[in-house]
Design a protein around this ligand. Structure first.
Ligand SMILES: Cc1cc2nc3c(=O)[nH]c(=O)nc-3n(C[C@H](O)[C@H](O)[C@H](O)COP(=O)(O)O)c2cc1C
Length: 232
């Protein structure tokens, strides 16, 4: 196969997997993925990324503590203010066309899971799946130094995409997750993350459970003809 076809196929076959098998990943494979992913560019080559590779007992501990915090938020919404993300990932006020795309994505997911409008309990249970890493055996917790600026979030995002593509090329699936960000403090405590680091993203990593309907979600894209402006 031609090189560009291989790359294109790997990029387009990556999708967010939200049900994993419990098959463990080999540590050397994770190292290989990270070593190729860190070929990502970064401004001035500062390579701002840091990643905590979470498995085993630490994974269990994190899941237990964050699921407990999220369950408490469901019961007592006022406790949400105890958990704060270090930066805003989403806007407070959604505008068009983003709000429509966001809705389409949400209802596409809920449709596969047979969750209907108003079924709060089912929605909460699905939201909680984020904090079980969707059963993935590995959680990659990406952090940045708090001394850095917004530009470093671009750098680390490129590195994270490389991780997901390098994983996919090895038959390993992933789901990027911003859902963990509000629980930065719990994560920092469990993983011994120093005070001058902030959690920016989590990637659940493992083998997809193809029997689960949730993994059949195929997300559309607006074509280049609509978002690209060719200025000749
Ligand atoms: C930075 C980032 C954070 C995300 N956070 C979550 C999340 O917390 N939970 C989730 O289920 N999906 C999350 N997603 C996945 C998106 O919903 C998904 O990428 C999008 O719908 C496109 O679908 P695809 O990844 O299958 O192509 C996140 C994606 C990105 C890039």
């Amino acid at each position: 196969m031609q090189q560009h076809n291989l790359v294109d196929q790997t990029i387009s076959s990556r999708h967010s997997v939200r049900a994993f098998k419990n098959t463990p990943l080999d540590t050397q494979t994770i190292k290989d993925i990270l070593n190729i992913a860190c070929r990502a560019p970064s401004g001035n080559n500062i390579q701002p990324w840091k990643v905590y590779v979470v498995t085993g007992q630490k994974r269990k501990e994190l899941i237990q503590q964050v699921c407990a915090a999220q369950s408490q938020i469901f019961e007592q919404p006022e406790t949400a203010s105890r958990h704060q993300e270090t930066f805003k990932y989403y806007p407070e006020q959604w505008t068009s066309p983003f709000i429509e795309r966001r809705r389409e994505n949400g209802w596409g997911l809920y449709g596969l899971l047979d969750i209907k409008k108003g079924e709060q309990q089912k929605m909460q249970q699905q939201h909680l799946r984020n904090y079980q890493l969707f059963d993935a055996p590995v959680g990659l917790f990406f952090t940045l130094s708090t001394t850095l600026e917004t530009g470093s979030k671009m750098d680390i995002a490129m590195m994270i995409q490389n991780v997901m593509i390098a994983a996919k090329a090895r038959g390993i699936d992933s789901c990027p997750q911003a859902a963990w960000n509000p629980f930065h403090q719990i994560v920092a405590k469990v993983l011994d993350i120093p005070e001058n680091e902030e959690l920016v993203c989590v990637v659940a990593l493992g083998y997809a459970d193809q029997t689960q309907a949730v993994n059949q979600l195929h997300t559309p894209r607006v074509p280049a003809e609509e978002f690209a402006v060719f200025c000749d």
